[in-house]
Ligand binder design. Sequence first.
Ligand code: 5GP
Length: 195
Amino acid sequence: MIISGPSGVGKGTVCRHLMLVRQKLNLSVSTTTRPPRPGEEEGREYNFTSVDRFKEMIGSGDFLEWAVVHGHYYGTLKTTVRNYLSKGEDLILEIDVQGAAQVRKNSPGSALIFLAPPSLEALEARIRGRGTEDDLRIKQRLVAAREEMEAYYLYDYVVVNDQVENAAGLIGAIIDAEKCKVNRGVRPPGWGGVE
Ligand code: 5GP
């Protein structure tokens, strides 16, 4: 499952809520060259690395997808995805629009969800309220947010984050529905039938 949405829409909060209420659901830890924010821990929010090392990993073909977002590199390792999927567990990738487009192309079995704010004004208030970015970065993120909103049509689903519980409930329902899809190989019990 891919979840994207503009900066500040609350992807992290919604995903954390989902983890609490669902079994066997994991959040992919990405690799980034962005410096850690206060309170962030190596290996928990991200694997933090240098630009040189990140470029080496691109060269070795280590990433399922990668992108430059707000001036920093971010990427999802192929090994992370394989580890969870081989255990039959669900995995959420919280990635930007460029990364989602790559996953769509390379992993046709993925389902893409766009998490949208109730309004752009609500989004700006959230980003300012978070207080982790300086004014220039906030402006960059708002410009990027408008662009990202325009890419919603690349996704399979749009979920509005009006209330965390509502948005998490809808995403849970989407995960359940995806798992019942015939084109994922689901068959009625005892039915060997038509392929
Ligand atoms: P932040 O720096 O606020 O944690 O994340 C900034 C943006 O980078 C968010 O839109 C987030 O979804 C995106 N992002 C985080 N990890 C990845 C990743 O592995 N790949 C891509 N393409 N984007 C990512």
